[in-house]
Each structure stands twice: as C-alpha cells, then as structure tokens.
Write a protein that binds this ligand. Structure first.
Ligand SMILES: [Zn+2]
Length: 421
C-alpha cells in the first residue's frame, strides 16, 4: 500500500509542547476533568483540527469529534482517540498521546492526498481519570456512545463535591441530553475504535520493544472494606497462646497470598495481586495487641480463572488462619468486573501494519482501564496500541521517546488507512 503515508510528527510535537506549557501546574501537568486544564487542552486541539480543515464538533458531553470526511459518509466511521484529562500533577503523555497520534495521522493523510472512503474521526474524550475526578467508569466515552447510565451523572467530583451533571453544564454542555442517551456516535455507526496510549508500566522498556498490541483489559475481583477481628489486649501481660492478634493474622494472609501470586507468576500466568491497604484500626496503640485490622485487595487479570485461583487460595487461607489464630475475617462486599478482550480483527490488522512497516511489537495485556473498554462493551470492535515509556505514569516524570511515538503512530496511521480505504 501507499508508502507516502507518513504521520505529521511535527504537528504532534508542537501540540505536546503547547499542552505542556499551558497545563503545567508548577510540579506536573494538571488537566482537571470538566475543569480549566481539560478545557484548555480541548481548545488547543480544536483550534489545530480547524486549521487542518477537519469537521470539528463537540458532542452533548463535551467530547470533541474531529472528522476527516470520507467519500461515503453513510459507511460506519473509523474512530481514533483517547482522553485529554490528567491526574493532578501528572504527566503530559497519558491520554494526550492518543489524541495527538490521531491528528498526526489524519494530517499525514491530508498531506499525502489520501482519500478515504469511510469518515475518520479523531476523538478527544472527557473525564477518563476516574481515580482523580469522577469515580465512575469512563463517563466521557460512554456518553459519546449514548451508553452512560443516567445515575453516573450524579457522581460527585472528588475535589469539588459537585456532580458530573453540574460540571458538564458549567462547561457549556448538556447533561439532560446525555441523561436521555443522546449522542453523535452510535455503536453501529463505528467500524472500529483504536486508542494509542503510553504503556504506563516497565514491560516494553525492559523488553526493548517500542510498541505493544494490547490483548485485553483485565477484569478484577476487589475487596474494598475487608476486616480481621481479634481481641484488644495488653501487649505485656498476654502470653502468646492467649492472643487473638488481628494484625499478625492479616500479615500472614498477605504474605501467603503473595506467595500464591509468586507461584502463578512463575508458572507464566499473567495477573496482579495487590493489598492496597493493610492497616490496624484507629483504636490501635502502643502496648495494645491489635484487635482489629483492615485491608483492601485488588486482583486483576485478563484471564478470570487466574483471578479465581487467587480467591480460592484466599478463602482457604482465611479458614486456616481463623482456626489457628482465633480471629475472624469479614471480607465484606466483593466488586467483580469482567475482562474486556480487544477485538481479534483489530489486533490482527495492527500486527499486519506493524509487520509491513518493520516496527517491532509484542502482544500484551493492559494494566489499567481505558476508554477502549467503553467502546468494546458497546459492541464496537476496539483495539489499543501501547507505546514504550519511561518512569511509569500519573507522575510528572512520565516520559516517552519521540521515535517510539513515531513508530506507534505510523502503525496507527497505516491501520486506519487500511480500515477507511
Ligand atoms: Zn490514560
């Protein structure tokens, strides 16, 4: 196919610079969802898309659709994008890389005189960083597809305490339309969705491979409010056999569950297991045996059986430790999320594009959640490309080499041209 399809990397580099300059907070990058930082980022990107001659239109929730029309707009469109919000004091690449890659690809197609049959829409999505702003799953992308449950609009932003609907209205958008399920995109009108994103982990950097093709986004089983109940007593006066020490019981559980993960890891199973909180209760104090301990557990994998294996061990350990240490575990409510596989056709198309271009790649699961989940769950064939990056993510030291971004964006561009031709 066309060898003159080269992404407009100067455009992306310029936009990364402007975004950094305009949303730097003195320590890192802050682009608040439905706040000043995200508003600035959307304005920067919209102005550039206008200059490229794209059809630029925000939807009811403020997602920005930037479309290069094809020769037959009745066909389902190809959508490329990611989010423009960031965590507080985060990095410049998480999210923005996917939007700028889309613009660089479309600009490159324009320059090469490439005429697509299908529309190609670059989308800048709102409010993806749920851990930082609105603690609900992908409100921007779900609103873009008309699949956001109305109750999600009542979710409160963690810093302001005000609802998503309030913040959306304040930015000039239409929460009532979103609540009614109105959207500019319909799942059946999208041929495929592709999201380029920095990896956020060390795998590609360690393997010295620039690009990852994502196999799926993990499912999880999580405990948010688990407890161990023992007995408070005098730390000097209570001999070992009379103790019901909740903290040591929890420490044993954590250590032995970690051993379980190590066994699975050594057997080549792909999962992560994290005790996010391990704590004694506020009543704990010096000279007291801890009578209560609390924990949160987060186990994730793209393979549900691997998550289940950890929980099977957890339940066996709980019974054993209860019997031996005289404590009681209360695991509380468990939150279960199914994994989201990336579409086989999209994965295969990306692999073909990378092979044709001679870009080294590996297939890998995602660590975190991404807007691609919302598209996949709506029935849109979805895929993700990871770009090698350094220093993780959600911090000011997040880094990505221009040549790695260029390699991944070339793959994205070739895939999109093939899809839209
Ligand atoms: Zn992100």
């Amino acid at each position: 196919m066309r060898s003159n399809l080269i992404p407009d990397l100067d455009l992306a580099e310029h936009l990364f610079d402007v975004l950094r300059l305009r949303t730097f907070d003195g320590v890192g990058i802050t682009r608040e969802a439905y706040g000043p930082g995200e508003r600035i980022a959307h304005a920067i990107v919209a102005a550039e898309a206008e200059a490229l001659g794209l059809d630029v239109e925000p939807d009811f929730a403020g997602n920005l659709l930037m479309t290069m029309p094809g020769t037959d707009s009745s066909l389902p469109r190809v959508v490329i994008g990611s989010h423009l919000d960031s965590v507080p004091q985060g990095g410049n690449f998480d999210g923005a890389a996917g939007v700028l890659a889309g613009l660089a690809a479309v600009s490159g197609m324009r320059r090469a005189g490439f005429r697509a049959t299908h529309d190609i829409t670059v989308i800048a999505i709102r409010a993806e960083e749920g851990g930082a702003w609105f603690p609900t799953g992908f409100p921007g992308s779900r609103a873009a597809l008309g699949t956001l449950p109305p109750a999600a609009l009542d979710t409160k932003r963690l810093d302001s305490g005000r609802t998503l609907a309030d913040h959306m209205a304040e930015e000039g958008f239409s929460p009532d339309a979103v609540r009614a399920g109105k959207s500019l995109l319909s799942p059946s009108g999208v041929a495929a969705y592709l999201e380029l994103h920095i990896e956020q982990g060390p795998v590609l950097d360690t393997e010295q491979i620039p690009v990852g093709i994502v196999t799926g986004i993990p499912g999880s089983r999580r405990l948010r409010a688990a407890r161990v109940l023992g007995e408070y007593n005098h730390s000097g006066a209570t001999p070992r056999r009379f103790r019901r020490d909740a903290a040591i019981a929890l420490a044993e559980l954590a250590s032995r569950l970690d051993d379980c993960w190590a066994e699975l890891d050594a057997a080549g199973r792909s999962l992560v297991c994290t005790f996010c909180v391990l704590a004694t209760a506020p009543e704990a104090g010096f000279t007291k045996i801890p009578g209560e301990a609390r924990f949160q557990l987060d186990v994730r994998s793209v393979t549900p059986a691997d998550v289940d294996a950890v929980y099977d061990r957890l339940h066996a350990l709980v019974r054993e430790i209860e019997a031996r240490r005289g404590v009681r575990f209360e695991l509380g409510d468990e939150a279960v999320a199914a994994p989201t596989p990336m579409h086989a056709d999209v994965r295969a198309g990306l692999a073909r594009a990378a092979a044709t271009l001679g870009v080294p790649f590996m297939e890998m699961p995602s660590g975190g959640g991404h807007d691609a989940v919302a598209f996949a769950q709506a029935g849109v064939p979805a895929g993700m490309l990871f770009v090698r990056n350094q220093n993780g993510s959600h911090n000011p030291h997040e880094a990505m080499r221009p040549e790695d971004f260029a390699a991944a964006t070339s793959v994205l561009m070739r895939w999109a041209a093939e899809m839209a031709k």
